[in-house]
Ligand binder design. Structure first.
Ligand SMILES: C[S@@+](CC[C@H](N)C(=O)[O-])C[C@H]1O[C@@H](n2cnc3c(N)ncnc32)[C@H](O)[C@@H]1O
Length: 273
């Protein structure tokens, strides 16, 4: 039964059933000091078999423990609707949720390229409905998997994540009750950018896994991004996505933009002029 009492809403919005369990050898309970001591032993371990020698990968375990996603009831309610429709973990989902709010006063709509089954797209639409009801959320995907994989990319070859469809995302959006979403099919921007040529954006989520696709989207959206708006690159720093990490590094000193490398696997560029 619906209750507006915060304690009930926190309980209802508990972690989804696929939440990680305690790994073998880790203390299931213990003081912060005991847990930090365990983590100290595995932190910084270099990961072997990286596709490129230029981009180093090691086990990253930040020491900070603040977890605002754990008791943000509105986020948890929204996350419960999408956790099984996304490849993106809760940390990055929470950052997208926060960025929709942080950019809500910036002029423009929200663009996502790389939708797969619609999880992060719906999450942003649910947050926009609360904090920026006039914004449209454009969700763009081939719905036939990754395209433009090339020599800069580590493990992607093209065609990955084709296990979705336009109908699947339409059904998710229709069932969620939001009316601020438009779904656009085709390679972006080559096939489908024209539909949005005259648009202005406050936020763009690029989740396309490979260098050339991510660069194509960024080059298209940057001139259409309002000052104060942000571009979020998913995949930045991921073992399988060296192409996106290379692109982020190339853009890290872009004129008019400030670049943040977030250890969760996002790179964020915010336009300041
Ligand atoms: C990792 S998935 C996206 C994950 C999604 N954001 C989620 O919540 O799980 C990457 C998607 O990017 C799409 N894609 C890659 N390059 C693209 C491009 N240039 N234009 C449109 N879609 C693209 C693929 O079809 C695939 O569905």
């Amino acid at each position: 039964m619906w209750s507006n009492k915060k304690s009930d809403r926190v309980a209802a919005a508990r972690l989804p059933p696929n939440a990680p369990t305690t790994p073998a050898g880790a203390p299931a309970t213990g003081s912060i000091a005991e847990i930090q001591a365990y983590l100290h032993n595995i932190r910084h371990k270099r990961l072997p078999g990286a596709p490129s020698t230029e981009i180093v990968h090691s086990l990253i375990i930040p020491r900070a423990t603040y977890s605002p996603w754990a008791n943000d009831v509105d986020f948890r309610e929204a996350y419960q609707k999408i956790w099984n429709k996304t490849l993106v973990d809760g940390y990055r989902c929470y950052e997208l949720w926060s960025l929709v709010a942080q950019t809500s006063k910036v002029v423009g709509d929200i663009l996502e390229v790389g939708v797969w089954r619609g999880g992060t797209g719906l999450l942003m639409a649910l947050q926009a409905r609360r904090v920026n009801p006039s914004a449209r959320i454009y969700l763009c995907d081939t719905f036939e998997g990754v395209v433009k994989a090339g020599t800069k990319d580590g493990l992607y070859k093209g065609g990955e994540h084709s296990d979705t469809s336009l109908g699947m995302v339409q059904e998710l959006i229709a069932g969620s009750g939001v009316d601020n979403v438009e779904i656009i099919r085709g390679i972006f921007p080559d096939d489908s950018g024209g539909v949005l040529d005259e648009s202005t954006f406050s936020l763009c989520h690029i989740d396309v896994d490979v260098y050339d696709s991510a660069k194509g989207v960024f080059d298209w959206v940057w001139p259409r991004l309002s000052v104060g708006g942000s571009v979020v690159f998913d995949d930045y720093g991921f073992f399988s996505c060296d192409g996106v990490t290379k692109l982020g590094n190339e853009l890290s000193s872009i004129d008019g933009g400030s670049f943040i490398h977030n250890l969760n696997g996002h790179a964020i560029i915010t336009k300041y002029r």
